[in-house]
Design a binder for this molecule. Structure first.
Ligand code: MG
Length: 241
C-alpha cells in the first residue's frame, strides 16, 4: 500500500472537469489518475439488497429502496455506464493502492434502514477484503458506531452540517478519528489544534473556491473534499514550492 500523500478528496469522484457522471466508475478512475488521496462516493440499498453507488435516494426518478437492481439497470448513466454496484466499484478501486475509497453510508428512511445498509456494506467489504482501501463517512453517528463494533480498526469520520457538529472530544471518546464538517463550521472555534492534540484529523466539504481552499490550507486542514480536485492539487503544488 502506497497511499498518495495529499489533502485532496474528489467529491463523488473527479467528475466535473470532464463531465463524467457523479459517482461513476469513470469519475473514480479519473480521481485515481489525478493521484488524489481519496475518491468519495455514496451508497444505498435496493429492494433486493444490492448496494449501489449513487448520491440521491432515487436513480433517474426511480426510488432505489423500492426498486430492484434489475429495474435500475435498465437506465444508464450519461456516459453509457450502468449504475455501479458497490461490488463493481470496489473491484475497480482495488486495482490500485494509491487512492483511498471514501465510502459514505447514506442515511435511510429509518435508523433500521441505515443500519441494514451498514451491515450489508461491512459484509461486502469483508467478502472482497477491501478494508485497507476504505474510509467510512456518514451523517449517521449510529452507522459509524456500528462499523467500529464490527471493525475496531476501521477509519471513520462523522459528517455534519452547521448546528449538527459534535466536539472532537466526543468523537475521540467514541473512537471516530475524523471530523468531516461543512467548511463554514471551522470559522469559529479552535478545531484544528484541538483535533491535532487528540491525534485526530479534520476534513472540510465541499470546498470549490480557491480562496476558501487557501484559507483552510493555511489553517493546517488535513483533508478537503472538493468538486475541483484539479484546482486543489495545483494549489497544493504551489504551496509546496
Ligand atoms: Mg457524499
Amino acid at each position: 500500500m502506497n497511499w498518495n500523500q495529499n489533502k485532496v478528496i474528489a467529491h463523488r469522484g473527479a467528475y466535473k472537469k470532464n463531465n463524467f457522471p457523479e459517482n461513476s466508475i469513470a469519475s473514480l478512475k479519473e480521481a485515481i489518475r489525478l493521484k488524489c488521496y481519496g475518491s468519495e462516493f455514496d451508497v444505498h440499498l435496493t429492494k433486493d439488497n444490492f448496494i449501489v453507488v449513487n448520491h440521491d435516494d432515487d436513480f433517474l426518478g426511480m426510488p432505489i429502496a423500492s426498486s430492484t437492481y434489475g429495474e435500475l439497470r435498465q437506465e444508464m448513466l450519461h456516459n453509457g455506464e450502468h449504475l455501479p454496484t458497490l461490488e463493481n466499484y470496489l473491484n475497480e478501486g482495488m486495482k490500485q493502492d494509491h487512492t483511498k475509497l471514501i465510502l459514505e453510508i447514506k442515511v435511510g428512511q429509518s435508523l433500521l434502514a441505515t443500519l441494514t445498509l451498514t451491515e450489508a456494506v461491512l459484509e461486502m467489504v469483508k467478502k472482497l477484503k477491501a478494508g485497507p482501501w476504505i474510509e467510512y463517512i456518514s451523517f449517521s453517528y449510529e452507522a459509524l458506531l456500528r462499523i467500529l463494533q464490527h471493525d475496531p480498526m476501521a477509519k471513520t469520520a462523522f459528517l455534519a452540517e452547521i448546528n449538527d457538529e459534535l466536539p472532537v472530544e466526543t468523537l475521540k471518546k467514541d473512537r471516530i478519528q475524523q471530523a468531516d464538517y461543512d467548511f463554514n463550521i471551522y470559522e469559529t472555534g479552535d478545531w484544528f489544534n484541538r483535533a491535532h492534540q487528540l491525534g485526530m484529523t479534520i476534513n472540510a466539504w465541499t470546498v470549490n473556491d480557491k480562496k476558501d481552499m487557501l484559507a483552510l490550507i493555511e489553517n493546517k486542514i488535513d483533508f478537503i473534499t472538493t468538486n475541483e480536485p484539479e484546482l486543489l492539487l495545483d494549489l497544493l503544488r504551489i504551496d509546496k514550492k
